[in-house]
Design a protein around this ligand. Structure first.
Ligand code: SF4
Length: 199
């Protein structure tokens, strides 16, 4: 058990940062300190790629079915570390790699990240969170003024380079009509939507 690598379902999750460019009203971090079998996920300092790699090797189990970059924060805040670890994982095993992200990667990095994910990442799961920019700003309080449009653009760019791209929304505080509108956005972009229950 660790606060850098922990088990949730059949996944091995890596906690690369606590920083995030959103402050979502529904964020699990508002009410919880742990996920799965993790230690408290608040970090006293950001781990190096070597520290994360060692934690991964220590926690990798025969029954692990995927490796997930998830935070307790936005993993692409440290896109360089994530990419380095993806390269090491690819050289070490054939497990699929997923990134759970708020979709701000291009804004954070100042470049198009999707081409760099080619061959390294199998699944990008992007938090859509809202059906439009105004509602996104209310729910997620992003540090960027153009975050919602950037999330959509990031998702579309990932489709070209990553085998599976999906959106997710949490069923609170959205109304049923808003969830239906999120589905319309997803359908328009040809990206599947998963509705998650608020925890
Ligand atoms: S993007 Fe994720 S980690 Fe960041 S505030 Fe929202 S729910 Fe929390």
């Amino acid at each position: 058990m660790s606060n850098l690598a922990y088990h949730f379902g059949k996944g091995l999750y890596l906690n690369v940062t606590n920083r995030c460019t959103n402050a979502c009203s529904f964020c699990i971090r508002n009410g919880h300190d742990t996920v799965g079998d993790s230690d408290v996920l608040w970090l006293t300092s950001e781990p190096t790629a070597d520290e994360l790699w060692n934690a991964l090797l220590q926690e990798l189990l025969p029954e692990t079915e995927e490796i997930v970059f998830c935070g307790y924060g936005e993993p692409l805040m440290r896109y360089d570390v994530v990419l380095e670890l993806c390269r090491r994982i690819r050289a070490h095993c054939t497990l699929p790699i997923r990134i759970n992200t708020n979709g701000h990667g291009d804004l954070i990095s100042g470049q198009s990240l999707a081409p760099q994910l080619r061959g390294l990442v199998d699944v990008v799961s992007i938090s859509l969170n809202a059906p439009n920019a105004a509602r996104y700003d209310e729910i997620c309080a992003p540090v960027y003024s153009n975050a919602f449009d950037a999330v959509l653009a990031f998702a579309v760019s990932c489709k070209e380079f990553v085998p599976t791209v999906c959106f997710s929304v949490v069923d609170q505080p959205l109304t049923q009509d808003e969830i239906a509108a999120c589905q319309e956005v997803s359908d328009r972009l040809g990206i599947p939507l998963r509705v998650r229950a608020f925890e």
